[in-house]
Design a protein around this ligand. Structure first.
Ligand code: ADP
Length: 264
């Protein structure tokens, strides 16, 4: 009968829906497992190095000359810094995800924000010449200086990490009639076209096989979150003549002072 046919159709639809729910649940479970294993790995790797170095330092050995000791101390400092950066990134990410990370904007000089980020890249930056070219007519911008410093730090850190030592890294910025355009470029291996959007996803990393550089896959996702919270956009392109990576940021122009009531 018609009723029987309807009942069968409903059952079939329910079955299809159940299968879909199960599929989504399995996919979510798979993602959760992958995320946890990636997190544990990223937390454990630096911890193991720190514990190893601390143990060697702790066993008093006269043969451990000053140079060796200095190396071990440097390892502890570097790895602790890496852990700290990772945890900071995770915190930023949770805040961005929950919408709790609201930019606290103020008038800032782009030169100051970029210079502070360059200072923070320290050792890595020394292996590259970082050139900063900000157009002299760049106005003061309405930005959250702390968050924007994090963006430039993540981008410069990537450029110095992925591009071979000795190759130049450049920060270039101009003001156009529509927006402020900022580029951070390097002459490294570049990002394959099919990965250029995905690298802004959380935990996405380009598969480089054995030559994989240490990282978490969070840096660019955080950059995009911060830039979008400022009403801007960010994307990746190849550099000049197709070489290297160029990360392009567009930010809205600062409000016109003449439009702000009460501003003389
Ligand atoms: P992480 O560097 O910690 O892996 P990111 O989110 O900063 O995470 O970057 C995601 C991926 O994008 C990296 O794993 C890398 O494969 C690729 N990538 C980012 N910046 C560059 C760059 N300047 N040159 C080449 N590849 C890059």
């Amino acid at each position: 009968t018609l009723a029987d046919q309807a009942a069968v159709a409903v059952e079939r639809t329910t079955l299809v829906a159940d299968i879909e729910t199960a599929r989504v649940a399995t996919e979510r479970e798979r993602l959760r497992a992958a995320l946890l294993s990636s997190l544990s790995h990223d937390l454990r790797t630096p911890l193991v190095s720190i514990m190893g170095a601390a143990t060697t330092l702790g066993t008093y050995d006269e043969k451990l000359e000053a140079e060796g000791r200095q190396d071990l101390i440097q390892t502890i400092q570097d790895e602790a810094e890496r852990l700290n950066r990772f945890v900071q990134n995770l915190l930023d990410m949770t805040k961005l995800g929950s919408g709790a990370l609201k930019p606290r904007v103020d008038w800032v000089d782009l030169n100051d924000v970029v210079s502070s980020a360059v200072k923070r890249t320290e050792r890595l930056a020394r292996r590259h010449g970082i050139r900063i070219e900000i157009a002299p007519d760049m106005p003061l911008l309405c930005l959250d200086a702390v968050l924007m410093e994090q963006v430039f730090f993540n981008l410069l850190d990537n450029a110095c990490k992925y591009a071979p030592p000795g190759t130049p890294v450049k920060v270039w910025a101009i003001k156009t009639p529509k927006h402020v355009a900022i580029e951070v470029s390097d002459l490294g291996p570049g990002i394959p076209p099919e990965d250029r959007e995905k690298v802004f996803d959380m935990f996405y990393r380009v598969n480089l096989g054995d030559s994989q550089t240490a990282g978490t896959g969070l840096g660019l996702a955080i950059c995009r979150g911060i830039i979008e919270a400022h009403g801007g956009s960010i994307h990746a392109e190849p550099g000049l003549h197709g070489a290297g990576t160029c990360i392009i940021i567009h930010l809205p122009l600062p409000p016109d002072l003449a439009d702000i009531k009460g501003y003389e």
